[in-house]
Design a protein around this ligand. Structure first.
Ligand code: G1P
Length: 271
């Protein structure tokens, strides 16, 4: 059973400047709702009971968003606005599920994951990257169902344009399980087009084994001087750990770039 999800939120959001110069990108609205809420709802709907946010001192505004009780109580006392009451109830519901850990220097996704080590209880846990929205289908739910059958680590994936492989973690297949699921042979973080093993890109939904923490503890810096989760996953695969690439159903929206962020509101408003 998978009950815990971690969400790295300490990134600086430079791809979205100037929108992120004083604000957290995960709190930017997408069609009238903060982006992070889509991710939390995906977790709740998939049966997740415990969500760990990895934030930094610079991004305490995220904690404030969920811990602004006094403000809401004051407003609600003054005007009995049903919409505000409903929104506040929702925020309180989220707050009960969320824990916070800190990653004060942005050393990469792998380093962020390591900060959650002492909080992870089960053999497997989820990671969702908030830049990646998947709409029209709950990818996390589908991955948990697959995990319950296969009992191994899983990463969401999709085919990308060969020219853009240096934006993603890219994996090669060892074996096809069926049309949408593959046993992964190897994975590499943001390769250039000439050396990429394929155009199968990893998208930000992971079911990871707890064994990853051992690898992360000794993980050397990789691409761009960061500690990448992909590099530790690669080591686990080399040790014989099974990882499945899952080509998800649903539509992918890249909210980490300005162009993608703008497009995401349009796409969601059409649903
Ligand atoms: C991260 C991962 C990368 C993955 C991507 C998905 O990169 O390191 O392997 O393909 O998320 O969005 P980032 O977007 O943080 O640069």
């Amino acid at each position: 059973m998978i009950r815990q999800a971690i969400i790295p939120l300490a990134g600086l959001g430079t791809r979205l400047l100037p929108l992120t110069s004083v604000y957290a990108k995960e709190l930017l609205p997408i069609n009238g709702k903060i982006g992070l809420e889509y991710i939390i709802d995906e977790c709740i709907d998939a049966g997740v009971k415990d969500i760990i946010f990895i934030i930094s001192k610079k991004k305490e505004i995220i904690k404030k968003y969920f811990y602004n009780d006094k403000f809401y109580q004051r407003i609600i006392k003054k005007k009995k606005d049903l919409r505000i009451i409903k929104e506040y109830k929702k925020i309180k519901k989220y707050k009960k599920l969320i824990k916070f850990v800190y990653q004060n220097s942005p050393k990469g996704t792998g380093d962020a994951v390591l900060k959650t080590k002492n909080l992870i209880k089960d053999k497997y846990f989820l990671m969702l990257l908030p830049d990646d929205l998947i709409i029209k289908r709950n990818c996390t739910k589908d991955m948990i169902l697959l995990h319950n059958k296969k009992k191994c680590s899983i990463m969401a994936s999709m085919k990308v344009n060969k020219k853009t492989v240096n934006r993603w973690g890219i994996y090669s297949k060892k074996k096809n399980i069926n049309k949408n699921n593959f046993i992964i042979n190897d994975v590499v973080e943001k390769p250039n087009a000439a050396s990429a093993p394929s155009n199968n890109a990893i998208i930000g939904r992971y079911i990871l084994t707890k064994k990853i923490f051992k690898k992360l503890q000794n993980q050397k810096k990789g691409k761009g001087g960061e500690i990448h989760i992909t590099d530790s996953i690669r080591q686990l695969i080399q040790d014989g750990e099974k990882f499945i690439g899952h080509n998800f159903k649903g539509k992918y929206l890249d909210c980490g770039t300005l162009k993608g962020y703008l497009k995401s509101s349009l796409e969601i408003s059409k649903i």
